[in-house]
Design a protein around this ligand. Structure first.
Ligand code: GLA
Length: 349
């Protein structure tokens, strides 16, 4: 465990960086956005490689970052027209994606300064980030106290635990928005082979808002129940792929219960043989194939992030749930505790 200054915000506030090591993997995080800035894991030959997209310095993250490595809140993904009704009161959230609300608004949790505290347990190095979100921030009701803990296990798994409480009834849906490239290269991720443990997904409209349908993946390019590469069917003439410009969809995970950490996805990169398994307590998983990356962002070591050179696996409740009563509830009340957990387990095949 190592702590140092990562940079300084324009208003003078310092941003601390934390490095977690366990002899296998190394994870670097910082207080701005509770962002994972670097994640080193070995390939089959034991060669470590940085498997997440991002920037070398704080300035990059303060610029035009598409949520690289950040914690997303208060609500991951979209809410139609930024509107929802709770207990008969209607709320208007920030509209930052056309008319829709995306990833917490104009200044979501990815763009605020969290306070980080290293944990002392050396067998499992960790850091806890806390943030107090004011009542009314980005239009959300309730003052929200949020805690996100990252823990690195001895085997190389990175655990993320989310916790929150509110002073007034509100909605919440937190996630982690790392872009992975298990080859640790500048090449696209279309050759990564993936399994997603989901028999259904939530199809979207032209604004990428779920229609409300839970559609079977059977016979569609969304069937990842058996291993397939991200690229194998991404170019097929499928209406859902066309609407999103690739994969940018919520999968309805096949779960035995709604509390335990269950395997959501498994990824193998065929050249490095690096693997990633994602476990979550959440009912959904957004597979995003980096469709909006277009080479305009210059990231770490001067590398340009071209189309689809990273993918995201965002553990979550379903997008726009407040406007779909049939979707699992995202409501948090003052007498309740929001709790969510995910594990990113790295290995070699
Ligand atoms: C999520 C969204 C995408 C996009 C990316 C970041 O995955 O669903 O539409 O906003 O984040 O660009």
């Amino acid at each position: 465990m190592e702590e140092s200054l990562f940079g300084t915000l324009p208003d003078g506030r310092p941003v601390q960086r934390f490095i977690l090591r366990n002899g296998v993997a190394e994870v670097e995080l910082m207080e701005y956005g509770a962002i994972i800035t670097r994640l080193l894991v070995p390939d089959r030959r034991g060669e470590p490689g940085d498997v997440v997209l991002g920037f070398d310095t704080l300035d990059g993250y303060l610029g035009d970052s598409p949520y690289f490595g950040a914690v997303i809140g208060r609500y991951a993904n979209r809410i139609a027209d930024g509107r929802f009704t709770l207990d008969g009161v209607s709320y208007q959230l920030a509209q930052n994606d056309g008319a829709n609300h995306l990833h917490g608004g104009v200044r979501g949790f990815d763009k605020v300064l969290w306070r980080g505290t290293a944990s002392s347990d050396d067998a499992r190095p960790g850091v806890t980030f806390t943030y107090e979100s004011a009542d009314g921030e980005e239009g959300y009701p309730g003052a929200l106290s949020v805690r996100v803990t990252y823990l690195l296990s001895a085997e190389g798994g990175l655990q993320v635990r989310y916790h929150a409480t509110t002073t007034r009834p509100t909605i919440i849906n937190l996630t982690q928005h790392s872009y992975f490239n298990l080859a640790a290269s500048a090449a696209d991720v279309l050759g990564h082979e993936i399994v997603v443990n989901a028999s259904r997904f939530t199809p979207v409209d032209a604004g990428l808002i779920p229609t409300g349908e839970l559609r079977s993946v059977q016979g569609t390019p969304f069937d990842f129940r058996l291993p397939a590469t991200i690229g194998a069917r991404i170019g097929e003439p499928d209406r859902q792929l066309e609407l999103a410009g690739g994969y940018d969809h919520n999968f309805v995970l096949d779960r035995k219960d709604d509390a335990s950490l269950a395997l959501a996805a498994r990824v193998i990169e065929p050249l490095s043989h690096r693997t990633l398994e994602v476990y979550t307590t959440e009912p959904g998983l957004q597979l995003y194939s980096g469709n909006f990356l277009d080479g305009s962002i210059v990231g770490k070591r001067g590398r340009r992030y071209a189309h689809r050179t990273g993918f995201c696996l965002e553990t979550q409740h379903f997008p726009d749930s407040p406007n779909h009563p049939a979707f699992p509830s995202v409501v948090l009340r003052p007498d309740e505790q929001y709790q969510s957990g995910s594990v990113y387990d790295f290995g070699v095949a």
